[in-house]
Each structure stands twice: as structure tokens, then as C-alpha cells.
Write a protein that binds this ligand. Structure first.
Ligand SMILES: Nc1nc2c(ncn2[C@@H]2O[C@H](COP(=O)(O)OP(=O)(O)OP(=O)(O)O)[C@@H](O)[C@H]2O)c(=O)[nH]1
Ligand SMILES: [Mg+2]
Length: 355
């Protein structure tokens, strides 16, 4: 199971530079046999400080973090929804990803051409939003056209859906994102099937320079905005780990913006991590929030879904505090959970399976 974040934005804003920096954190593909092999897709380790602590307790030979994938998508231009630039091809790429990072230029450099002539993050954000909204509007229109005949046949269900799509259409026509459309849970499920672009979780990356002053986007979108100096990050990513640590110390910061971006990308996907720890390896695994124990077992090996017997679960903190499985059991803190158990972030698990 892999989750993808698409890097989207106007041409020349630093998307590939950011992608390059991110993919310096690329993992060793040998540990992830199902990873996509594509030059535009980078498989990136999700930073997780719990892994080292668990590995120390279990004397693990190896630490294997969980991953997410970043996709470098070509620049979008005004009227992409009408086929300008790479147009539909571009939009099709965005349709495939689970979430979007929208890179907005906020660095001055007269050698780097800006397609709109000037640096203006808010205007650029509006251009991209509008393109995505227009593409969604087209999707909704197409859907409604395809339902038109059936409405006449008097099918109640379809008539109800038509009303829902009418409302959504008006909402989009006013320039609003599909994500902001207010409706009930069942209606949300129907809309989800349309696979709209503006329903996907979104982070703004403001590609800033050293002289950055907070602007409108940050005030408007607060924590949804992550500031990164993409060029500097790409350079830092080339440094050996020890040099990087010294450099960060000099700048008085604990981590680069990239770690924050990766962690935040993981968070907006509503994913959680469970852990396994033993002498061979300590490893982080990803499931969607709400996943039950057999599904989690299936992430480790698909056969484990069918063979699931029970899960031995403890909190990772207990695993560390009481020196591993034996200590946790002695304290009575190891729980035996069945197939209805909902996985919690940080659960350290041993699955009992029949093979
Ligand atoms: N000064 C400065 N230049 C940058 C920064 N980020 C990217 N650039 C430069 O801007 C130019 C375009 O960067 P890319 O990363 O290729 O931009 P892109 O968004 O991928 O462009 P397209 O793929 O053409 O849409 C390159 O020359 C980069 O070196 C930055 O933070 N500061
Ligand atoms: Mg590029």
C-alpha cells in the first residue's frame, strides 16, 4: 500500500527543486519491493523517532521506516482545464494522487522567469485554485449529462443525486473548492466517487528566500502553509549527515523544512503508524485511521488477513519503558486483541497468524 502526494504549481516555481531535495531522502528500494519505479516518483522515508528507541530495546539489526511517495508533476498554466499547456494530461496526473502539495513562488530572482511576470503568491494561488475548480466543474457537468436520460426514467435515487450535483455545481461555479461543500455523510460518499481534484487534502509550500516576510497566504491559511527554501534544501540534502547536523546547529534549528513537510504530508492523508520490533528489524507500517487488526496484518503480508488469529498489542512507550515484550507482559500491559480491534497510532504489535 503506498500513498502519493503530487507536487503541483505554476511553471518555474521550484517544484522539481523541492522534489529533488525530497528524494535525497529516498529509501533503499530493496526493502520496499512494491515501490513504483518511475523517475517522477520519489519514495521517501517518514521520519519517526520512536523507531530508534524500539530498535535499541530489541537489538534490531535494521530500522525500516514507513514511506510515502512524492510525484513531480509538470507546471500548470492558466486555462489548463481548457487544454492549455499540458492541460488534461496534467490534470489526469493530479487525479491519481491522494493529496496535493501546491508550490507557490515567493522568492525574488530576476534570472528565473515568472510566467505571470511578477512574484505574487496570492495571485498564483488563485490561478491554480481556479484551474482545479474549473476541472472539477467539468467533471460534475459530465456526470450530470450522463445521468440526464435516467432522470427522465423516474429513478428516485438518481433524481436525488442530480439534486446533490446541482448544489455542488453551484458551489464550484462560485469558485469554491469541493472540499468546502457542506453535505451529509452519505452524500459525501457519492461525491467522493467523482474523484474531484479540489476534494483532496492540500498543503501550500511557500518557496521562500532568505529575506522572506510573512504575507497574505500565511495569514489566510495558517498551519496549512509550510515555508521552505527549496534551493537551499536541495543543497543541504547533498551534505553528509554530520556536516548537516553542524550546519543546522549553527543556524539554531533542529531539522530542515523537509522533515516537517514529510510529516505534515503524512498527517493530512489521515494515516497512522503501527510498529513491529524484534531482533531482525524494527519497522513502521502504515494504515488508514480506523483500520482494524486483520487489515493491519495484511499490510505486512496479504496472507495474514486470512490467517489472522489475534494481535498482541502494547503502547510503544510501554515497550521501551519495560524493556520489550517480556517486561510488558510481566506488567500486565500486553493486550490480546481480536479481529474487531481498531489500530491506534504507536501500537507495537505482534500478530499471531495461522499459515
Ligand atoms: N533563487 C531561487 N531559485 C530557485 C528556488 N527554487 C527553485 N529555483 C530555481 O528556479 C528554476 C526553476 O526551478 P524548478 O524546480 O525546475 O521549477 P519547476 O516548478 O519544477 O518548473 P516546471 O517543471 O518547468 O514547471 C531553477 O533554475 C531553480 O534553480 C529558490 O528557492 N530560490
Ligand atoms: Mg519541474
Amino acid at each position: 500500500m503506498s500513498f502519493q502526494i503530487g507536487i503541483v504549481g505554476l511553471p518555474n516555481v521550484g517544484k522539481s527543486t523541492l522534489f529533488k531535495a525530497l528524494t535525497k531522502k529516498q529509501v533503499d528500494a530493496a526493502n520496499y519491493p512494491f515501490c513504483t519505479i518511475d523517475p517522477n516518483v520519489g519514495v521517501v522515508a517518514v521520519p519517526d523517532t520512536r523507531l530508534e528507541k524500539l530498535a535499541l530495546i530489541s537489538h534490531s539489526q535494521e530500522i525500516i521506516p514507513t514511506t510515502i511517495e512524492f510525484v513531480d508533476i509538470a507546471g500548470l498554466v492558466k486555462n489548463a482545464h481548457k487544454g492549455e499547456g499540458l492541460g488534461n494530461q496534467f490534470l489526469a496526473h493530479i487525479r491519481e494522487v491522494d493529496a496535493i502539495i501546491e508550490v507557490v513562488r515567493d522568492f525574488a530572482d530576476k534570472n528565473i522567469i515568472h510566467v505571470e511576470g511578477t512574484v505574487d503568491p496570492e495571485r498564483d494561488r488563485d490561478i491554480i485554485s481556479l484551474e482545479l475548480v474549473m476541472a472539477d466543474l467539468e467533471t460534475v457537468n459530465k456526470k450530470m449529462a450522463s445521468l440526464h436520460k435516467e432522470v427522465k426514467s423516474g429513478n428516485k435515487e438518481i433524481q436525488k443525486n442530480m439534486l446533490l450535483f446541482e448544489g455542488l455545481k453551484t458551489h464550484l461555479e462560485q469558485g469554491n473548492l469541493a472540499r468546502e461543500f457542506v453535505c451529509g455523510y452519505e452524500d459525501k460518499k457519492i461525491i467522493k466517487e467523482l474523484n474531484l481534484l479540489t476534494i483532496k487534502p492540500l498543503i501550500f509550500v511557500l518557496n521562500v528566500d532568505e529575506n522572506h516576510q510573512p504575507g497574505v497566504l500565511e495569514k489566510k491559511f495558517g498551519s496549512q502553509v509550510i515555508k521552505i527554501n527549496a534551493k537551499l534544501e536541495a543543497e543541504l540534502a547533498d551534505l553528509p549527515t554530520t556536516e548537516l547536523a553542524d550546519y543546522l546547529k549553527e543556524l539554531n534549528i533542529s531539522s530542515t523544512g523537509l522533515d516537517k513537510l514529510i510529516t505534515e504530508s503524512y498527517r493530512i492523508l489521515d494515516l497512522i503508524t503501527f510498529l513491529t520490533s524484534g531482533p531482525k528489524e524494527t519497522r513502521a507500517w502504515t494504515v488508514c485511521r480506523g483500520a482494524k487488526a486483520p487489515e493491519a496484518a495484511g499490510v505486512i503480508h496479504t496472507d495474514f488477513i486470512k490467517g489472522f488469529i489475534r494481535a498482541e498489542v502494547c503502547a510503544w512507550q510501554d515497550f521501551v519503558a519495560y524493556s520489550g515484550e517480556v517486561g510488558v507482559k510481566e506488567k500486565g500491559l500486553m493486550r490480546l486483541e481480536g479481529k474487531d480491534y481498531v489500530i491506534q497510532d504507536g501500537d507495537t504489535i505482534y500478530f499471531r497468524v495461522s499459515t
